[in-house]
Design a protein around this ligand. Structure first.
Ligand code: 4NP
Length: 573
């Protein structure tokens, strides 16, 4: 009974994925799982002569056009995300001297390195020249991410005003060793991506809708970019997946219009298949990009502005899996307060009377037309899936994204309940289960004790059951995350923690949790398990040894998905 599931999950999680980091004049840098772990690789621009740079990096820098050099951070704590930074140049790797910490982002320019990190006490920005003597230049209890460095300027973005709905830009003058914080309007949301000469490319909602702007640091002037092409004018972008400058100073971006992603260079539309390009890089007149869809695994393509596209690195989905994947549609249903919730409905080709509500994590992310191994596993196992982009999801603008602030597990949880009602009313399923990881796991735990009658089963991966205990266990980054989410309403935490309502649970729950998760720690979940045991509830629990929050191997993905799918089959079919 289980052999078919084992085979299918092996095929799905074992699908080779390729994610481009960037291109230089001669090389393509990318992350791939071809050897079983998600490793950093370098190859020729056509994908030939592949060489591994590092195993399981957690994060890395971009590459620069004129140098075969890249930085990456590697976990030295068995998944707890305490990492050290390494510099790789022309085949040689150097470990930087530093205390391990959570590394949020890394940028470099010529001989200057800058990164944002987090310890148990503080969020900080460090710089180093020539990969020696790392110095702390900024410390805060707020979130801060380094975006880019160019000559005298380092640019970072963060929640520096302490307002959970705003983001500000930090501009650091390396020569003068001074910084200032920039916002076009108090309370607006601003994130930079790149700096070139004295110009910052950023997104801002200070006039209402999110748009791209160029900020001239020296002239203190903010303007809309002047683009040559007019193709982009046919779209109304609600959000941007990524944006940047080319080496020639042209602007590229990937915008989301009505759920779909479109890529542009200097205002001209870049040809790509239907689905989601997520990041671009350029060399001469060639455009390299990451691409995936719900039916295409993560791949690397190249294209020309006035030509077609071709795949350079990418796996075909296995036929047995493909055969089960049915229609995808985008629906919008009304939630309790009439807010429209956009959702993906993905049908299995096997006749199925079961629907799984798949709840994405984040909460500030979304399900779009891009690859998702969990959803693919559910559909290929014979379940229909509905994946709501509940309030708080990205992709629909700041107003929608910030609707969960000060109310996590409130309105967003009701949106999940309404997804379940929609699935029943529209005959997507008669029996309904919920499954999610991280913030999605949190929703599985909470909705099964707050609305215990509505479900047949639940899967909670790396979930949150106790916000109060979790705060005590969090480092500076995740303490601030929780401060942002609750917007200071600490009184709400008790009500939004399943651990205080364990006796209400009515359905079997499958608990899956990485042992060394430092974002959503295991300890509160062990307490929850104890409560379930004391209350005679039906549950199964799978602790994944020596794993952290982030999936860094095919085996990790397999160990998360196999118990989830076998549990759902047992309790629903
Ligand atoms: P995610 O996990 O869904 O993977 O982003 C989370 C981790 C921590 C918190 C929320 C979600 N937190 O509030 O600390």
């Amino acid at each position: 009974m289980y052999s078919e599931i084992v085979r299918k999950i092996e095929k799905i999680v074992g699908t080779h994925s390729y994610g481009m980091v960037g291109v230089t004049k001669k090389r393509l840098y990318y992350v791939s799982n071809v050897d079983g772990t998600y490793d950093l690789w370098v190859a020729g621009l056509d994908g030939s002569n592949r060489t591994k740079i590092a195993e399981r990096p957690l994060t890395g820098s971009r590459v620069r056009k004129d140098k075969e050099k890249i930085y990456f951070a590697k976990d030295v704590s068995q998944g707890r995300e305490l990492a050290k930074i390494y510099a790789w140049e022309e085949g040689k790797t150097k470990e930087l001297e530093m205390d391990p910490m959570r590394i949020l982002s890394i940028a470099y320019f010529e001989n200057i390195l800058s990164f944002a990190g987090s310890t148990s006490k503080e969020n900080l920005i460090c710089i180093a020249y020539n990969d020696r003597e790392i110095q702390k230049v900024y410390s805060s209890n707020k979130w801060i991410f380094v975006n880019d460095i160019y000559k005298d300027y380092m640019v970072a973005s963060g929640t520096l005003a302490g307002n959970p709905k705003s983001m500000e830009i930090l501009i650091y003058n390396l020569k003068a060793n001074e910084y200032r914080i920039f916002t076009p309007k108090e309370g607006s949301y601003n994130v930079a991506s790149a700096v070139r000469e004295n110009k910052i490319l950023m997104e801002s909602n200070f006039k209402g809708k999110k748009k791209l702007y160029v900020y001239d640091i020296e002239a203190n002037l903010l303007s809309e970019p002047e683009l040559d092409g007019e193709d982009y004018k046919n779209y109304e972008f609600q959000d941007y997946l990524s944006f940047g400058f080319t080496d020639d100073g042209e602007i590229w971006f990937i915008g989301l219009h009505d759920y779909r992603a479109y890529a542009f260079l200097d205002g001209y539309k870049i040809p790509h298949p239907e689905g989601t390009p997520s990041y671009l890089d350029f060399i001469d007149d060639e455009i390299y990009f990451n691409f995936s869809s719900l039916k295409t695994p993560y791949s690397i393509f190249k294209a020309k502005l006035k030509g077609g596209w071709e795949k350079i690195l990418g796996d075909e989905l296995d036929e047995e899996i493909k055969d089960q994947l049915g229609d995808v549609s985008i629906v919008k249903y009304k939630s309790f307060d009439n807010l429209e919730i956009p959702s993906t409905v993905y049908r299995t080709k096997n006749p199925s009377k079961i629907a799984i509500i798949y709840v994405h994590g984040g909460p500030w992310s979304h399900v779009g037309d891009f690859w998702n191994a969990s959803i693919t596993a559910l559909v290929s196992a014979g379940f229909n899936v509905i994946a709501p982009n509940y309030r708080g999801s990205t992709g629909y603008g700041e107003e929608f994204r910030t609707l969960d602030i000060g109310d996590p597990g409130g309105g967003d949880l009701k949106d999940i309940v309404y997804a379940r009602n929609y699935a029943i009313e529209n005959k997507i399923g008669e029996k309904i289960a919920i499954m999610g990881y991280s913030y999605g796991g949190f929703m599985s735990y909470l909705v099964t004790v707050k609305e215990p009658e509505l479900w047949h089963a639940a899967v909670a991966g790396a979930g949150v059951v106790d916000w109060e205990m979790m705060y005590e266990l969090a480092d500076a980054t995740f303490k601030h995350f929780q401060d942002l989410l609750f917007a200071g309403k600490n009184d709400l935490k008790r009500d939004r923690s399943a651990i205080n309502f364990a006796e209400k649970l009515k359905v079997p729950i499958c608990i899956i949790h990485p042992q060394n998760d430092s974002r959503t720690p295991l300890k509160p979940v062990l307490k929850y398990i104890e409560k379930l045991l004391e209350n005679g509830k039906t549950f199964e629990a799978h602790i994944i040894p020596n794993m952290g929050h982030v999936v860094t191997s095919i085996e990790d993905a397999y160990k998360l998905l196999l118990p989830a799918i076998t549990f759902l089959q047992k309790h629903l079919i």
